[in-house]
Write a protein that binds this ligand. Structure first.
Ligand code: MRU
Length: 367
């Protein structure tokens, strides 16, 4: 996607510096900075402190982290240690494990001296595939949006989509998951209006989704998370689309905290609730999402503090509750499959149920 007219990806291998370049998402939206990963430790740190975030992007970063570890020490011991370090960074997004396993599978067939080159090749391929996958999600999602717009056009000015967190191109290598269909629809000439949930505590909606949509010239309005039910009751939303960090084999969807109440409100108001995800986000080892998906719990300070830019242009963090107020910071929740209208994947749109997903699994296993 473009930033000030120039095409960017959220992460790429920079030949000149022989390092992995990424857009530092902790600096957005007030400052656009490219930073570089030179080592496994840099990659783990960027994932842990969310300079890169979003399930598919975490996966691609981890793959490059494996390469950086092997560049320093190509031994099997270093490979094992690197995998452990990266897997310990963030527990919920399964793309992290998926990307590491994919890269290690490739390494299993590779003798000593070629391991580093193969790791780089595979990491680059994972990033490349992510771009194609997300674009395909956009195409399949566009079909869903076109259907909805067909019924609405002539009666209202724009197709009104609500999204939660940031599942745009910043959360992937390019295009995004939930926002890919939005970008495709915008390019296809469908007038779009996006309701952007702020997404406390880290404000990925306010900081990242709002920034992305503005850069693409897509009309949008920021709301506090607790307003999403209200705008749905008022008849101001035609469709919800969110991303996923891990989806169970039966179709339960784990995504950013606040997704579940949004899905409940959508169901109560008979509004389609779509989840857009690459098939690499499906955890085939897990059946019951609510019981089995590990939910990341982050530092309670994220709940107690807000950060932003002052009128003088300075980044500042301030505390909201009284000093010493205990807080809990659950980063994700699980939306049970019966609340999901459809899973938009690169393979097409699937009903969130075990039977449909087992057919998808068979399709994937045949390749
Ligand atoms: O904690 P984050 O910012 O990594 O959480 C991101 C999300 O919850 C996204 O919705 C999800 O990863 C899907 S991204 C395409």
């Amino acid at each position: 996607m473009k930033v000030d007219g120039q095409a960017y990806r959220s992460l790429w291998f920079d030949e000149a510096s022989e390092s992995v370049a990424f857009i530092d998402q902790n600096k957005l939206p007030h400052s656009f900075r490219i930073d570089h990963l030179q080592s496994l430790e840099d990659a783990a740190e960027a994932i842990l402190h969310m300079g890169v975030r979003g399930a598919p992007l975490i996966g691609a970063t981890a793959a490059f982290g494996m390469y950086l570890a092997l560049r320093a020490d190509p031994s099997p011991h270093s490979e094992e240690q690197a995998a452990r370090t990266l897997l310990a960074t963030r527990p919920t997004a399964v793309n992290l494990r998926w990307a590491i396993e994919r890269l290690r599978e490739r390494l299993r067939q590779t003798p000593g001296p070629e391991r580093t080159a193969i790791a780089l090749e595979e990491a680059r391929q994972i990033a490349e595939d992510d771009v194609k996958t997300c674009e395909a999600i956009g195409d399949h999602g566009l079909t869903c949006l076109e259907k909805i717009w067909k019924e609405k056009s002539g009666k209202q000015e724009a197709l009104r989509i609500l999204t939660h967190c940031n599942a745009g191109w910043l959360a992937t290598v390019d295009w995004g998951t939930a926002l890919a269909p939005v970008y495709k629809a915008h390019r296809a000439g469908i007038p779009i209006q996006v309701w952007v949930d702020e997404t406390r505590p880290r404000s990925q909606g306010a900081k990242l989704t709002a920034w992305e949509l503005a850069a693409e010239g897509i009309a949008h309005k920021l709301i506090v998370d607790s307003a999403s039910g209200h705008v749905m009751q008022r008849g101001l939303v035609d469709c919800c689309i969110v991303g996923s960090d891990r989806t169970s084999a039966s179709g339960d969807v784990c995504n950013k905290i606040g997704t579940y109440p949004t899905a409940l409100a959508a169901r109560d108001n008979e509004i389609p609730f779509y989840v857009a995800l690459p098939t690499s986000t499906i955890d085939w080892e897990i059946d019951d999402g609510l019981r089995e998906i590990p939910i990341e719990e982050r530092d309670a300070n994220e709940v107690c503090e807000v950060s932003g830019i002052t009128a003088a242009g300075k980044m500042e963090t301030v505390r909201v509750p009284p000093l010493g107020t205990p807080a809990a910071n659950y980063a994700f929740d699980v939306t049970p499959r019966h609340l999901v209208s459809g899973l938009i994947t690169e393979r097409g749109v699937f009903t969130a149920n075990p039977t449909e997903l087992s057919l998808l699994k068979k399709q994937l296993n045949r390749e």
